[in-house]
Design a protein around this ligand. Structure first.
Ligand code: FES
Ligand SMILES: [Fe+2]
Length: 407
């Protein structure tokens, strides 16, 4: 039988052994104890991004997500407010809404039909005694924040501060008008690799020139740390054009997030197979839509890109020590018409192909990390600063948890 205390002693030793500027000790990628710890200490204590308000278009819309084995339910109530709950019935714990999107006037557990309102209050519970208190058996709330049309939630009873991120995300993302967008497509990709290998891969473009020939056409794969313009004249001209349009672009960051707007490759106005817009109806209609990409990255599990015509979100969800689900979402303007303004196969092709290429890379990485010859390797201080930033965040967050919860 597992001994939680000795597990945490083992976990603490892994973090104590972490070499600065190197990948993680092997056990943190492979061991089930590390996986359980990651869900509790990292995903359980961080702000996570569920998606966008436009995925919950009307009262009764819901979005059901699983983080590790923790099910969470995001709903829009009758007043139009977004709420989040643990998706676990207060009777005997069943999942109330299956994963994915749906609509329900009331939330009814499929097991014994206990029924909740869209604010989580228990409305009906058949054959319970007269003194049973419905008020004491509402769904347990989860912290939720809506910022610039995006939806964030946090399982922690005391979530980390979010005000700084919220102010910056509002400033950079608001012009893209995510509230007036629609979810044009979504996809789930199963990757047989630890979630941290998936995220390290997602945070660096060291592999992009060879690993992603299509993405490399539009995406500046040699971009320096934090997507800053540096001394490049073309990028400086982009920056001053964005200033003229009143669009924030300077890279900004906090401990668990980064945001920037950056120029795409010369002649490119979107992250797409040919560098051109994928939707004719723009989300941000200015300067012929030549607005680069607004990138946001949230640790532990998100990156996103918003060009003038569409936005893309990547969400990495851990499932097991060697299994991760990658969720992709594509947004376009709510009035864009499929088959007229955009075509689904064209809209989704680049990131679908890129994600499949990354799946191969991450699974191959996982296969090699099993080797008894694996030892932590050094990150390139030129090309992998963001991968290193991610593992540094992971280690900081873990140590913070260990210091707070383990004596
Ligand atoms: S477990 Fe939900 S009604 Fe019984
Ligand atoms: Fe990649």
């Amino acid at each position: 039988m597992a001994d939680p205390k000795s597990d945490l002693t083992w976990i603490g030793a892994q973090f104590a052994a972490r070499l600065p500027r190197h990948t993680l000790p092997q056990g943190l990628y492979l061991d089930p104890r590390a996986f359980d710890f990651d869900i509790t200490a990292i995903f359980g204590q961080s702000w996570l991004m569920a998606g966008f308000e436009c995925e919950l278009p009307k009262p009764g819309s819901y979005l059901s997500i699983t983080v590790g084995k923790w099910p969470v339910l995001i709903t829009r109530n009758r007043d139009g407010e977004i709420k989040a709950f643990h998706n676990s019935c207060r009777h005997r714990g069943s999942i109330i809404c299956p994963s994915g999107h749906g609509t329900a006037a009331r939330l009814m557990c499929p097991y014994h039909r206990w029924t909740y309102d869209l604010d989580g209050g228990l409305l009906a519970a058949g054959r319970m005694p007269a003194d049973f208190s419905k008020a004491d058996h509402g769904l347990k709330p989860v912290a939720v924040e809506c910022i610039a049309g995006a939806v964030f939630f946090c399982f922690a009873e005391t979530p980390p501060p979010i005000a700084d991120f919220a102010a910056k995300f509002e400033k950079y993302a608001a012009p893209h008008d995510f509230r007036n967008a629609k979810l044009a497509a979504s996809a789930k990709l199963v990757e047989y690799a630890n979630w941290k290998l998936v995220m390290e891969n997602a945070r660096e473009c060291y592999h992009c020139a060879t690993g992603h020939p299509q993405l490399s056409k539009t995406f500046p794969v040699g971009m320096s740390k934090h997507f800053d313009a540096g001394e490049d004249g073309r990028l400086a001209a982009f920056a001053s054009r964005m200033d003229g349009l009143g669009l924030a672009h300077t890279p900004v960051e906090g401990h668990w997030w980064q945001i920037a707007r950056f120029a795409l490759n010369e002649g490119c106005v979107s992250i797409s197979p040919d560098g051109q817009h994928l939707s004719r109806k723009l989300m941000l209609d200015a300067d012929a839509g030549d607005l680069g990409s607004m990138r946001w990255a949230i640790d532990p599990h998100i990156f996103g890109h918003a060009a003038a015509d569409h936005a893309f979100m990547f969400s990495c969800m851990p499932v097991g020590p060697a299994e991760t689900h990658v969720y992709s979402k594509w947004l376009v303007h709510k009035d864009a018409v499929e088959g007229v303004d955009y075509h689904l196969d064209e809209l989704t092709r680049l990131w679908t192909d890129t994600n499949l290429q990354d799946k191969d890379l991450a699974e191959n990485n996982q296969a090699g990390v099993y080797s008894p010859g694996y030892t932590p390797g050094p990150y390139s201080q030129d090309a992998e600063m963001l991968a290193q930033r991610f593992t540094d965040f992971y280690c900081d967050k873990a140590r913070e948890y260990l210091a707070a919860y383990v004596d």
